[in-house]
Design a protein around this ligand. Structure first.
Ligand code: PGA
Ligand code: ZN
Length: 419
């Protein structure tokens, strides 16, 4: 019997499906399928945030997934039909044009994101390459090392009622083999859990929205537990050559009110916050610090960046500060506000604008960190974007099916076939 001939991919868009699906918090979101042949499908669903930056585009018009889908079907899909595959900028420009607003308030940034990524996936299928290769070609730079894992192991803030004020306590793990990174990040997660059980023997330990532990600790106590756990895992001898260091996402806009940062036991002025975070970086050798100040304070970001000691590599990352907006990132680059930018496609709504941020960061010598949202689906396009963008890190949590899905996909991309 002769083998079935390979399916002929379509050269242009002619069928797109959208449907309402649900994220890891049970909130409705959108899934898009861009058909690229009789059985070739580029599929993508969109995650959603809880500690959202105020400069993000609108997620869904009037908060309604149904309205976003209706708008796409009635006003957008017609314009996309007939567009050749591989024309990412044209596709994304059409999304913006048809939406007709500055912040995707007609279509919804989450609908735009799912469309943009599903089209990228379909285009990669048509070209016979992986999504990360397609994204890498759009970035236009040679391959870089695999990303570090920026793994949230202890949750607080708005992701974990009853936990610390600081939103995320992170294991930052870098190793030559991605598999080693996964194993070491899981080991830190377990060690943190073990220590929390020891310290709070009668407390009911839970897990937060991003799969990290939740326990009734204060901020510095949580950081001590994280730091000791990183140390124990590093010194175990099981992960030779791996760098395993603590990190934080302070999500400081959530702590900021009336000009001060409010913690359970005190409140700090912006200058005091600069000193406080600087001292945490020194004391705990932090590899990663995200959003230590509220989302308009480019100046305090700049002060902390200037105070970083050149001998210690710390990614000082803007999330709510930049909201993946090329315009806000340009301002940060001009003011030298940080040395790294967090990338969340649905903060801006298209792959092309996210790529513009990648190119700006590349030109400025800054690192990028490709990030999940606290409400996720099991889709794993994030892994391909992190690889294609050449990001220094993938921030996607460690445990929980929707988080580990991204890490497992990076293992596939790494081609680590056995063991
Ligand atoms: P979000 O939070 O996905 O809830 O916005 C994640 C973060 O602040 O990094
Ligand atoms: Zn953040």
């Amino acid at each position: 019997m002769s083998p079935t001939p390979a399916e002929e991919p379509w050269s242009q868009v002619n069928k797109i499906e959208l449907r309402k699906v649900y994220d890891s918090r049970g909130n409705p979101t959108v899934e898009v399928i861009v058909h690229a042949g009789a059985s070739l499908k580029g599929m993508a669903s969109c995650p959603s945030g809880a500690s959202t930056g105020s400069h993000e585009v609108v997620a869904f018009p009037g908060g309604s997934v149904d309205r976003g889908i209706e708008f796409a079907v009635s006003k957008v899909l017609g314009a996309l039909s007939g567009l050749p595959f591989g024309k990412q900028e044209d596709f994304d420009r059409l999304l913006k044009e048809r939406d007709g607003t500055k912040n995707f308030s007609s279509l919804g940034g989450n609908v735009a994101t799912a469309l943009s990524i599903a089209y990228a996936r379909a285009s990669s299928l048509v070209a016979g390459i992986e999504l990360h290769e397609y994204v890498g070609r759009l970035r236009g730079r040679p391959e870089t090392p695999f990303p570090a894992i920026v793994g949230n192991v202890l949750n607080g803030g708005v992701h974990a009622v009853g936990g610390p004020n600081i939103q995320e306590f992170i294991a930052f793990v870098e190793a030559r083999e991605f598999r080693t990174e996964v194993e070491a990040a899981v080991a830190v997660h377990r060690e943190v859990g073990r220590r929390l059980r020891e310290r709070f023997p009668s407390a009911a330990l839970g897990r937060g929205d991003e799969g990290g532990w939740v326990a009734p600790t204060g901020d510095e106590e949580a950081l001590e537990i994280l730091s000791e756990s990183c140390h124990v895992v590093r010194e175990s001898g099981k992960y030779p050559g791996a760098s395993i260091r603590p990190g934080l996402d302070l999500a400081a806009s959530e702590l900021y009110r009336d000009g001060r940062y409010h913690y359970r036991d005190r409140s700090l002025s912006p200058a005091e916050q600069v000193a406080f975070v600087g001292q945490l970086i020194d004391r705990f050798d932090l590899a990663y610090v995200e959003d230590p100040f509220e989302e308009e304070d480019f100046d305090s970001f700049g002060s902390l960046t200037r105070s970083l000691s050149p001998g210690r590599k710390t990614h000082l990352v803007g999330d709510d500060l930049y909201t993946t907006s090329p315009e806000r990132l340009r301002q940060g680059l001009r003011m030298k506000s940080s040395n790294s930018v967090l990338l969340k496609v649905n903060q801006v709504g298209t792959l092309s604008e996210t790529l513009e941020c990648v190119r700006l960061a590349d030109q400025g010598g800054w690192s990028t960190i490709t990030s999940h949202r606290s409400g996720e689906t099991t889709d794993h396009w994030l892994a391909h974007l992190a690889r294609g963008f050449g990001s220094a890190g993938i921030k996607c949590g460690v445990l929980g099916g929707e988080r580990i899905a991204k890490l497992n996909e990076l293992l596939r991309i790494a081609g680590s076939a056995s063991s």
